[in-house]
Design a protein around this ligand. Structure first.
Ligand code: SF4
Ligand code: FES
Length: 204
């Protein structure tokens, strides 16, 4: 695999062909926030919080660092005013859905976001897809999935699969940046497969 040289925040960075801008930045000690990225999963570009400015042959575009491949002579700006403003707005939109999520709270302080800019409509899920993709791509079980589209999109556990697989796994729980996944599981366990819920309570 060939080597490429790019510039990230005025720092010359050497990277391998096939790496993403995010991976190149991390290798150079340059932090870029992420909410839907996981090193074992394919890029999904749902959250857009990793947006950076990419200058290529004199043209400047915005792109997601977690999916954008490195190229020779790219110029990347991770902290321009434009980038900071975009990240702040993305955060403010997510805070309407998951106002108490610690990971969003930390970024809110860093980016000076207004927690109340958009009216609260707590679904507690920011649709990052980490749980769904981890279960599908790593565990190959599809016990949790998305339903609906647009504003009614949400995650649900598939009772027939979840009742057999989830109790001994729960590996996706720690990936969830909000409390949405755990709450959805407790509800599914109580309503959709209560026999499992009761059996595990009896074992305790
Ligand atoms: S439940 Fe959590 S991990 Fe799953 S999509 Fe929603 S925020 Fe992401
Ligand atoms: S981390 Fe890149 S789009 Fe979510």
């Amino acid at each position: 695999m060939g080597a490429v040289t790019l510039k990230i925040d005025d720092k010359e960075v050497k990277a391998k062909e096939g790496m993403t801008v995010l991976e190149a930045a991390l290798s150079a000690g340059i932090a870029i926030p992420t909410l839907c990225h996981h090193e074992k999963l394919k890029p999904y570009t749902a959250c857009r919080i990793c947006t950076v400015e990419i200058e290529k042959k004199g043209r400047i575009n915005l792109d997601t660092a977690c999916s954008c491949p490195v190229e020779d002579n790219l110029v990347v700006r991770t902290k321009s005013e434009n980038v900071i403003n975009i990240r702040r707005t993305i955060l403010e939109l997510m805070l309407a859905h998951a106002p108490d999520a610690p990971v969003l709270q930390a970024l809110t302080t860093e980016y000076g976001a207004d927690k109340n800019r958009f009216g609260k409509e707590p679904s507690f899920c920011i649709l990052c897809g980490l749980c769904v993709r981890y279960c599908a791509e790593i565990k190959k079980k599809n016990a949790v999935t998305f339903v609906d589209r647009g504003t009614t999109r949400e995650i649900v556990f598939v009772p027939e699969i979840a009742s057999k697989e989830c109790d001994s796994c729960k590996e996706c729980f720690s990936l969830c940046p909000t409390s949405a996944l755990q709450s959805a599981f407790v509800l599914a366990e109580a309503f959709a497969f209560p026999q499992i819920s009761q059996a595990s309570a009896a074992d305790k």
